[in-house]
Design a protein. Sequence first.
Length: 557
Amino acid sequence: MEISSRNVVEGTARSPHRAMYKAMGLDDDDLSKQFIGVCHTGNEATPCNIHLPTLALKAKAGVSDAGATPREFSTIAVSDGIAMGHEGMKSSLVSREVIADSIELMVRAHQYDALVGIAGCDKSLPGTMMAMARLNIPSVFVYGGTIMPGMLDGKELTVVDVYEAVGAYDAGQLSLEALKNIENTACPNAGSCGGMFTANTMASISEAIGLALPGSASPPAEDERREKIVYDSGVACAKLLEMGVRPKEILTFEAFENAIMMLNSVGGSTNGILHLLAMANEVNIKLTYDDFERIRKKTPHLADMKPGGNYVMNSLDKIGGIPFVLKKLLDKGLLNENCITVTGKTIKENLDSMKMPQVEQHIVRSADDPIHTVGTAVVLKGTLAPEGAVIKTAGVEMTKFTGSARVYDREEYAFDAVSKGDVDEGDVVVIRYEGPKGGPGMREMLATTAALVGQGLGKKVAMVTDGRFSGGTRGFMVGHVAPEAYVCGPIALVKDGDKITIDTEANVLDLHVTEEELENRRKHWSKPAPNYTTGALAKFATLVGSAAQGAITNANP
């Protein structure tokens, strides 16, 4: 395969380039080797990413010891937890595109031959993997690791418990002192949010899809194994470069099917659907909602993970991590076992070479005795969402809900109503103009959904939005409604009191208003002024497409 870095360092015309590398401490021996970019999303914005610069040093050591020359660089990462519940969340999904674009530009500009990508918080994982797919140079993804759970009165806590505690406090069910105690103990150290929220979901998917080393997803951020995993990923990338194995050989349609199985078997975040659609687009694979439903219906829900279940990533790690789940899917004959991975071996060969711990546990069920016989990332369609919508059913007992719409045109309006106790049992909270274009940026609604749960309304109301939900959201909450309100999707035409039905068994999201009435409302609808007219958010709104296609940006939207 072509060694791109030679374009930069070979020949007399490249003497100035070599001079600049030598200013950074490289010598002629270093310059004679292949160059591997070591990218990380480290920053002080979030505990998910604060430790990544240190991990990058270990990855560089692995690259060097394997006979290549590492070149470290970094890119941005938005903290979804800290951006949540206010205007800052509009930047979150946009950051996925910026991360992918910035990695692409760094690699193309400097002609790196391969790439190790280290990421922590939610959008930095798919953003990094999208860049790997787009560049199609030998690449290994490695997760920064999960945070340890906080412990309070013998109970494991995550940041979602803090969000839900806010709702309980607003409802008068929790004292200020108790809220402060939860705040002080929920997040004890570095690492990404501890449940099967978006970061841990995408880390699990990175193994299932073959872009990460087996067993790399579950060890905590501050576990001593994490440094070895990152070192081994550097070594693996150099070997992958030697073998000439590229991401497009790994990211096949069958590999995406394996990723969808993982998403459903662990009760993962609905954001996984959005990100897998975006990743598939990078390798020109046509992945649709029909594929997600086809795979979901044959995938058992095996892992009892928060927020819908009882356990955190650290608990799953203790019993064998993601390989333990994959092995159960493999043994059931569900996994596409011949998919190539970054080891150069198939996923079956990887799993067959791993010894699974033999421990008594209640976290991952047998495929013959699952939590649910089908997966939990459900796609809905109907008169309210002709292009589709998504809901996570892990931990949700009801399968059908019909209620009266309470309509809000911004998340803040809905949160204020919930905080004041204005949302009643039987309501369907509709939050619109929060879609990819309308927000812009398709905000997550964890602050509002957690407040509802904290007030005890989690099983008594539903929510529908053209925005997104955090992986930490639980309850009868439907997101990604498409077409979105800003392009006059049906959600733009809903009025207070309209009846809405959500049915997860029939895959239905219906608005009980006649087509004649909707057409009349459509005639009186006008597009609102954009919230941003300059800068990154305005660019995103101009270029982004439907959530049903992954909310990707395209030069010809």
